[in-house]
Write a protein that binds this ligand. Structure first.
Ligand SMILES: [Zn+2]
Length: 204
């Protein structure tokens, strides 16, 4: 058994989406001065590796806490989408996807995480591909880039409108792409919000 961490580290270097307030992670007290250490964090719920819940785009859509723990764990299928700017349904031909699988798209775009174009020049999923995943009744869709689409966010609306959770800003998917029998854990904070940072890892 091997565990592979697919999560970016939350620290003061963490890049944030241009539309979000930048992350602030500050010590409030220190052992040296105060005898105890603590930190204060201020950030968007969509920071780093995180999960989008339906309410992110769907009026009266579900929050993170409306899903049972079992919604965040499952069998994962990793699709090799390296060097693709548009992720189409042809990539899913000959791939066995079962109901409740978690489908992860490995593009390698995570190598740009700390560069200025990470939030603008990323790949997108096509509507046909999203509809195919909806037909397959997958549980979650995960990507190693910041968003499944660009404005006006049709793919977010399609997936979240069908209660399919989205995991954004994954990393290290290169370590999974040749693996079989992957169990994915994408565990968000237990928070009443329409998205939450998550610790995401694979067990192989
Ligand atoms: Zn998000």
């Amino acid at each position: 058994m091997k565990l592979i961490d697919l999560t970016w580290t939350i620290d003061s270097k963490m890049p944030t989406h241009p539309l979000d307030i930048p992350l602030s992670l500050q010590p409030t007290v220190t052992v040296e001065k105060d005898g105890v250490s603590n930190h204060n964090i201020s950030c968007s719920m969509h920071i780093g590796t995180h999960i989008d819940a339906p309410g992110h785009f769907i009026l009266h859509g579900k929050s993170i806490i409306d899903f049972p723990l079992s919604a965040f764990i499952g069998n994962a299928v990793v699709i090799n989408a390296t060097n693709k700017s548009s992720i189409g349904v042809s990539l899913l031909e000959n791939i066995i996807i079962e109901k409740n699988d978690i489908v992860l798209f490995y593009t390698g775009f995570d190598k740009n995480f700390y560069t200025p174009n990470y939030f603008t020049g990323h790949p997108v999923i096509t509507p046909e591909c999203a509809r195919y995943l909806i037909d397959k009744q997958v549980k979650m869709v995960g990507i190693d880039f910041p968003s499944v689409d660009q404005a006006p966010y049709a793919i977010h609306t399609l997936l979240l409108g069908n209660d399919i959770l989205i995991i954004e800003n994954l990393t290290n998917l290169d370590q999974l792409v040749t693996q079989k029998n992957i169990t994915l854990y994408a565990i968000p904070l237990k928070i009443d919000a329409h998205g939450a940072p998550a610790r995401v890892f694979a067990m192989i």
